[in-house]
Design a protein around this ligand. Structure first.
Ligand code: FMN
Length: 177
């Protein structure tokens, strides 16, 4: 297996970047995501992959809904906020205009191109990211836009490295006797 070839192909694809947000109880989470795709035409389905290292993943485990915000080339500051800070020690939403969507999911007012998703399945097949498949319950388009891509964000240092694991692994484990 040639790791360099895999990386070279993935770099050439130059993924479009999104911000995924979610909420459970009174906790909100959100992070920058490059692993995502449309996964059905009819019904309209979308799938994202969240890192097991992330605060957002742990909130998403308990959430019913996710929101996917498609970033444009004007949104580098948002990419920096959601991709380099962690909800483990910062409220990324504190200085943003946010509305509550279905299931309390935070919707970023300044991102007009977005989907609201209802989670239908979760797959952990042993990698460092977990697949969350979802049906689209709302879609909002602000018109054509130039997507922010991985090549615009290579200088960003992720808030969590993919190999990190929180201890305890979930908030539920934290409150267990
Ligand atoms: C360019 C870039 C792409 C990223 N892609 C993903 C991704 O696909 N999935 C993911 O869970 N995290 C991804 N991350 C990492 C998270 O956005 C980052 O670690 C974030 O700070 C985690 O925040 P949280 O702990 O509040 O969830 C990416 C980060 C960067 C800089």
């Amino acid at each position: 297996m040639n790791d360099d070839a895999f990386d070279q192909i993935m770099t050439s694809l130059d993924a479009r970047l999104i911000v995924v947000t979610t909420a459970a109880g009174n906790e909100r989470g959100g992070c920058l995501v490059g692993f995502h795709a449309q996964s059905s035409i009819d019904p309209q389905r979308y799938t994202v992959w969240l890192s097991k290292a992330n605060h957002t993943y742990r909130v998403a485990l308990r959430a019913t809904h996710l929101a996917v915000h498609f970033l444009s080339t004007d949104d580098l500051p948002l990419a920096e906020l959601f991709g380099t800070r962690t909800g483990d020690d910062a409220d990324k939403f504190a200085d943003l205009d946010v509305e509550a969507g279905p299931g309390g999911v935070p919707l970023l007012t300044d991102c007009p191109n977005r989907l609201v998703l209802h989670r239908t399945a979760l797959l952990d097949e042993g990698g460092d990211h977990v697949c969350l498949a979802a049906e689209t319950v709302e879609a909002h388009s602000g018109g054509p836009f130039d997507p922010l891509r991985l090549s615009h964000a290579t200088h960003l240092e992720p808030g969590h490295a993919n190999e990190e694991r929180p201890t305890p692994p979930t908030e539920r484990a934290l409150s267990a006797p």
